[in-house]
Design a protein around this ligand. Sequence first.
Ligand code: SAM
Ligand code: FES
Length: 362
Amino acid sequence: MEKDRIKELINKLAAEHSLSLEEYEMLIDGYSSEAAELLAEKAVRVRQSVYGNSVYTRGLIEISNICRNDCYYCGIRKSNRKCSRYRLTEQQITDCADAGHELGFRTFVLQGGEDPFFTDEVLCRIVRRIKQAHPDSAVTLSMGERSRESYRALFEAGADRYLLRHETADKEHYEKLHPAEMSFDNRMRCLQELRETGYQVGCGFMVGSPYQKNADIAKDLRFIEDFHPDMCGIGPFIPHKDTPFADRKAGTLEMTCYLLSIIRLIYPPVLLPATTALGTIHPLGREMGIKSGANVVMPNLSPVTVRDKYMLYDNKICTGEESAECRGCLDRRMRSIGYELVIDRGDIKRDRAYNEERRISD
Ligand code: SAM
Ligand code: FES
């Protein structure tokens, strides 16, 4: 009976791309390997109709691990005295992008802690330099919470996309993951302003973060359904030994893949990465993410000398590999499951998704 109800919910989600809050919670509570298989099958079919066998890559450049914030889950939080801090120079950042372009990357993601050194002036100059050198490429920023004016200046300098995970769509849960200086309302303001500024916007959350209940995840899914982000980054929470959440359990591969499939069905064109965190909790995590409906991978382009310093969680993979090795490794991994890494900016195919769907339902 229960199983039939779950199957019904999956069919409804695939047909209507929408469920109520209660239905999302029921779907999460009703996890089983059978349900996961059915969801993945539907998610892969819909992803295939929009993106075929292509997997998009983004070259991740971790520009600084200096952060003014103190998120309880994060290894580079300001209170972690054991973290050895670094900041890349402008030249190092543009060198990484140049090397990445040679390797076939057409999107560069500049990510970092909220480091006050990266004022609008500095960051705009870097964005301009990368866009000037590589006009065929997109620049994505993932530099945390900033003012509306700052988002505007960076957009005008040429940044195309912005990633800012909402972390949780439940305010009380947000407050258990962050100190009082950080606010849920400000996070949401930023996402709204990023959208209004004209960016392609990414939100997202950690699966299995401390205190997370299935009802919270249901809210995340409703939020994604309402916001329709262009990108959505989800990965398992993994504890970091020098944070207040050191002794917490990590999120699971199974639930992360289950949610990847659900998110693909909520919004068929969404750009959905199989994250490094997923590759960290299981040696084939990224492959399984793709087989659950993800269509993006984000290999690391940061200089190897700083890789092991951008330690958001314990045992992060790829800290010893050169950029070219990571690219080659992912290329092989994707081929092994029948997919292909493509040389492409990898923009969202909004129209294609809906045209395809109309065609299928006609
Ligand atoms: N400062 C920027 C921001 O806040 O968006 C970008 C860097 S921040 C470290 C990037 C993401 O890493 C966060 O949004 C969070 O979801 C994820 N993260 C941090 N600590 C993590 C952990 N212990 N396990 C898994 N993901 C984590
Ligand atoms: Fe970095 Fe495999 S992706 S070594």
